[in-house]
Every structure is written in structure tokens, then in C-alpha cells.
Design a protein around this ligand. Sequence first.
Ligand SMILES: Cc1cc2nc3c(=O)[nH]c(=O)nc-3n(C[C@H](O)[C@H](O)[C@H](O)COP(=O)(O)OP(=O)(O)OC[C@H]3O[C@@H](n4cnc5c(N)ncnc54)[C@H](O)[C@@H]3O)c2cc1C
Length: 376
Amino acid sequence: MELEEFREGLDAWLDANAALLAAHHEGAGTLDEQMAHLSQVKRETFDAGWMRYGWPTEVGGLGGSTLLRAYLGEALAARDLVEPGIYSMTEVLAPTMIDYASPELAAQMVPRLLRGDETWCQGFSEPDTGSNLASLACRGVRSDDGWHVTGQKVWTSLAQYAQRCVLLVRTGTVESAHRGITALFVDMDTPGITVRPIETMHGVEEFSEVFFDDVVVPFGRMLGEEGQGWAVAMDLLPFERSTALWHRAAFLHQRLRQILDSAGPGTLDPVRVGEVTQLLYAFRSRSRSTQYRLHDGERLGAETSIDKVLVATVEQAVFDLAEDGLAESITIGDDPLSARWRSEFLYSRAATIYGGSAEIQRNIIARRLLDLGNDL
Ligand SMILES: Cc1cc2nc3c(=O)[nH]c(=O)nc-3n(C[C@H](O)[C@H](O)[C@H](O)COP(=O)(O)OP(=O)(O)OC[C@H]3O[C@@H](n4cnc5c(N)ncnc54)[C@H](O)[C@@H]3O)c2cc1C
């Protein structure tokens, strides 16, 4: 299906099915409520076909350009039907499964993620491993029955809801750094896994510590080959900074419009409004070209760090503007809408950390795109 036809058909379907897709909670709702709503929206859009466009037929998709997926997330975020952060796991993890899992495993698992029957999480970061991912220590030891995994992950978003985890483990020596890492697709109900949610400053248990105590993962659950985990991670991260960020732009556009509609007279500096609008459109323009590069079949890489720097900048600028225009709501409002503004304002501070910190993205841009060398 072509983009224009998809756009028109989807918009009409979303209008006609507004009641079916509506959340059962007010404001932001709790994370439990948001997760239930996400499953509801994914199930309805999958069963109606929309969620299946842009994905290969081998994994339950209906084919077509990745632009169709980009528009679906945009339309859902613009209507406040999904929160783009929790929706993003689909865009981040499904392409990795398609590229690196065995075809049988991908065909079995990906439709469950697309339909919202399952939640997946991404187990990369550890207490001493964030920016320096190559130093990760969670250990995988080869045995007759599979990999035996022991160690800890942290900041694992949505782990307490997840049925599966894309996990990076060290299978080589510590000195092997990025060469000794293997990616595994782990069932979260395997004996030996303990998940302990952590509350963020916006008052939501969005991520968790995850402990692995001699957890057995069959060899058939390797993503790629032994020692190929770094390649899996390097291919996954650009997905975290491409279509998922296009969806985020739609969400930010929606919030900017709501700030302009709701701010009290004289509370917003027109110059600041202009600057924020300019930042948003600069990011959308950048992300649009990234969507077209994906559509053209290009492999994304370090250049998506530019997208990440831009989106983090505009996200914080939009919510700084909300703080100017809706100060009372954000600071003391106790109605559901105020609680949502407050929660989103606080969460926007994380935009320069998750998916790779702003400093690390700038290092990548300087070294790998501008060839400025290592001595910065
Ligand atoms: C909301 C949220 C959700 C997340 N979800 C997940 C998830 O689902 N799965 C997952 O695996 N991880 C997740 N993370 C973790 C995230 O990927 C890491 O927090 C991030 O990569 C930074 O790592 P760190 O926290 O260990 O900080 P560190 O790497 O310790 O960095 C601390 C500070 O030092 C700076 N710094 C570090 N090294 C350098 C350098 N070489 N040059 C310049 N500055 C440097 C950083 O920019 C940062 O400001 C999440 C984080 C957040 C905030």
C-alpha cells in the first residue's frame, strides 16, 4: 500500500474507531493503565491490519514501506493514543529480531510484540556499564544445555511487564571488550531471574534492576553468532534513534499545540515560542530524512546521533515552555491533566540520558562523523 492511501485509510479508521481505542483512564494514568492501553491499541490496530504494514510478511506483516510504520506511530501519538516511550520498544526490538534471530524464532515471536500480546525489554546497561557498553560484565558461560547467565542489569525499561528480554552478556574474557559479547533472547519467566522495579523522579516505576542467577538460555536463543553481540547492539541503537523518534516528534508537536492553547495570557515569551517551534521543525525535518533513508533500504548508523541530540534538545525546550505557560498546573495542580504535565516535564529531563547520553552522542558526532579524532 502507498503512503497516501495508508494515511487516508488509517485516519478514517482512527476517527471511526475512536471509542474502541480510547483509554479507560484520565490524564497520564498509572503505568499499569498505560501498559494496558498500549496493548489494547496494538491489538486493535494489528487485528485491523494497520499495525502489520511496513513489516515483512515472514514475521506476520503485510509488507510495504517503513514509512507506513512511521505514519502509524505518528498518528497514534498525535491523537494521544500511545505514549511514544513505551510504544518505542516495538520499533527498537522487532527490527533486531528480524535481522538476527533464526527465521523460525522471529516468525514465532515478532507478531506477539506487534499485536501487544507481549512486552519486551532491552537488557544492556549495568551498574558499572552505561556509556561504556563494551565493559559489560553480566556473564554467559557455555554448558551442554545452553548459556548459563549470571549477573545484573539496571535501568531496564518495562522489565516488570516483559515476557522477553534482548540481553547482552559477556561470553569472552573481560579483556575481549566489545568482541566478547553475545546477544540472547531470554524468556523472563526462566528460573533465576529477579526483577526489582525502580521509581524514577517522575514517580513512575518505568525501569528495573534485573538479576540473573544461573539462568539457562538455550543456544537457539542467540541473536546472531557467539561474540556478535556488539554488532547487534550497534544495529539496534540506530533504530532507537529513527522511527521511534519520528513518533516522539508527533507527541511533542501535540504538546506544543496544547501549551499554546492553554497558557495564560502574557505567560509565554513570543521569542521563546518561536525558538521552540524552530527547534521542533528542525528536528522533524532531520527525522523525516532519516525515515526516507530507512525507506530506501539504507543501513542507519552513527549519523542517527544527530537525531538523538536534536530530539533531546527539543523535548526539554517544549517542557521548559510548558513550565513557563502552565507553571501553576505543573507545580501544584492536583487534577489528572496537571499530574500528566508534571510527570512529562520531569521525564523530559531524562531525554539527554536514555538511548545514549547527550555527551556521548556529541562524541560520536565529533569522532565518527566529523573525524575530529580522539583528543577532544
Ligand atoms: C528513562 C531511562 C530509560 C532507560 N532504559 C534503558 C533500557 O531499557 N535498557 C538499558 O539497557 N538501558 C536503559 N537506560 C540506561 C541508559 O542507556 C544509560 O543511563 C545511558 O547510556 C548512560 O549510562 P549511565 O547511566 O551508566 O551513565 P554513565 O555512562 O556513567 O555517564 C554519566 C555521565 O558521564 C558522561 N560521560 C560518560 N562517559 C563519557 C565520555 N566518554 N565523554 C563525555 N562524557 C561522558 C555521560 O554523558 C553522563 O552525563 C535507560 C535510562 C533512562 C534514563
